[in-house]
Every structure is written in structure tokens, then in C-alpha cells.
Design a protein around this ligand. Structure first.
Ligand SMILES: [Zn+2]
Ligand SMILES: [Zn+2]
Length: 255
């Protein structure tokens, strides 16, 4: 009888684990230990590095994109972002939602706190089940702290882009295209969400300089890359990628 009970409980346990596994596509039915249940969207950039890079807790990523009138990101920029994320993240699916227009905030410049308030008002896609959610917002002004900043990462899953600043330095005869700028700044800000450089994701070799940025000028995590200075001084008509140092840090997280 003891033996029988023992084998019965093994059977029940195996059945339970099987049904948990097979529920993977409907994870909301699994209540115990669901990493989405206590997921916060309002901590610091870099805190969710593993959630972005690995598939341990979330094997899908969705990116919600909002823009103020006149500042819709180019489809080609979103396609480039998709390629960048697919190249570096261990996800079975990455979806960038069709950008949606939100009303103008009617400000010449926006602080990080202004942008947090806008997210609070408009964001509708959050981490759920096995799907990590990220938020990107294009505002119709400059960054209040510096008119040469093109983008910021302001929460662990959130990035913002300064549409007016991007417009000012793009599209002229000798200026880069809007797609080149948007794609570059996307890569840089999402690099921050991945915990680069040494801001959540450990360095395999020392390559940090100027805050959570990379020492290498050709790397998209170089400190000037999210400013107009980069496009005035260093941009060579190719959208910068992560260099070998940054890729090594990302790859080490996946092991
Ligand atoms: Zn940066
Ligand atoms: Zn780098």
C-alpha cells in the first residue's frame, strides 16, 4: 500500500509537471511562480537585462510604440530595430506593434519625469505570461536637460526619443536620414535596457567609460551615440552595431 501510494504520487507529480509544460502557450493559467506576476515596469534601466537577453523567464518580446503628431518613426527604423533585437536577444518571437499616435504634450522640452507621466497615461502593453513588454515613445520636443540628446532609457523596459532634435539634424543635403538616426538611437537605448555597459550585465573585459558606455568609438554604446555630437563628428553613414566587447557581455548572460 505504501509502495502503491508512492508510485501514485510520482505519477501525479509527473502528470502535473507535464501539464505545466504543456501550458506554456497559455501561461496565465499557471499561478505559481509566474515571473510576470511580480514584474515591475518602473525600476531602473538595466535591472531587467536578463528578462531582455535570455529566454529563461520570457521567450517573447512585444514593443509598444507611441508618437506625438508629426514624429512617427520610419518603418525602416522599426525594421532595423527588429533585426537588432533578433540578433542579440534569445526570443522565439519579437513583435514591434504598429506605432500609435498620442496627443501632443504641448511642451518645447520634456523631462524624464514628464515622460514617465506620459507613459503612465498612455502605455497599455505590459509584461504578461511568457511575454516581456517594452515601451517606446517619440515626443515632439527636446530633452529638458540638454538639447543635443536624441534618446533616453528611463525605466527598465522604457525608452524615449526626442523627435524635434532628430528632425533638426536629419534630412538636409549633408545630413543623415531620419532612418539612420532613429535606428542608431534605438540600438543605443535598447543596449541600455540590456544592461550595457556594466549596468546590470557584467563586463567580460573592462570597456566602460563615461557612465554605462563603451570605450570603443565604433560601438553603438559609445557615449556620444545618443547625442547630436555623434552625427556631427563620428557618423560614417553606417548604423553602428554593438562591438565585440559588448557582444561578449551579452553572450555571457545567455550561458
Ligand atoms: Zn547612453
Ligand atoms: Zn561596446
Amino acid at each position: 500500500m505504501q509502495l502503491f501510494r508512492y508510485s501514485l504520487s510520482i505519477l501525479i507529480i509527473s502528470f502535473l509537471s507535464f501539464s505545466l509544460l504543456s501550458c506554456d502557450d497559455q501561461p496565465t493559467q499557471v499561478d505559481d511562480g509566474d515571473p510576470a506576476d511580480d514584474f515591475s515596469h518602473t525600476t531602473n534601466p538595466g535591472n531587467s537585462n536578463e528578462a531582455f537577453v535570455t529566454d529563461d523567464d520570457f521567450d517573447e518580446l512585444v514593443v509598444e510604440v507611441h508618437y506625438m503628431p508629426g514624429y512617427e518613426p520610419e518603418q525602416a527604423s522599426l525594421d532595423n530595430l527588429q533585426d537588432f533585437l533578433e540578433q542579440h536577444l534569445e526570443k522565439s518571437s519579437i513583435t514591434i506593434l504598429t506605432p500609435e499616435e498620442i496627443p501632443s504634450g504641448e511642451q518645447e522640452s520634456y523631462s524624464a519625469d514628464d515622460i514617465r507621466d506620459l507613459e503612465d497615461e498612455h502605455r497599455s502593453t505590459f509584461t504578461e505570461g511568457s511575454q516581456l513588454a517594452s515601451y517606446a515613445i517619440f515626443v515632439d520636443g527636446e530633452f529638458d536637460q540638454s538639447s543635443n540628446v536624441l534618446g533616453i532609457a528611463y525605466y527598465n523596459t522604457s525608452t524615449a526619443y526626442f523627435g524635434e532634435t532628430i528632425d533638426n539634424i536629419s534630412g538636409g543635403a549633408t545630413q543623415p536620414s531620419r532612418t539612420e538616426i532613429e535606428s542608431t538611437v534605438f540600438n543605443h537605448e535598447f543596449g541600455h535596457l540590456m544592461g550595457l555597459v556594466d549596468n546590470g550585465t557584467d563586463m567580460q573585459e573592462d570597456h566602460q567609460e563615461n557612465g554605462p558606455h563603451c570605450t570603443e568609438e565604433e560601438c553603438v554604446m559609445y557615449h556620444q551615440v545618443n547625442t547630436t555630437d555623434f552625427f556631427a563628428n563620428l557618423f560614417d553613414d553606417s548604423i553602428p552595431e554593438l562591438d565585440d566587447f559588448c557582444v561578449a557581455d551579452i553572450e555571457a548572460l545567455k550561458e
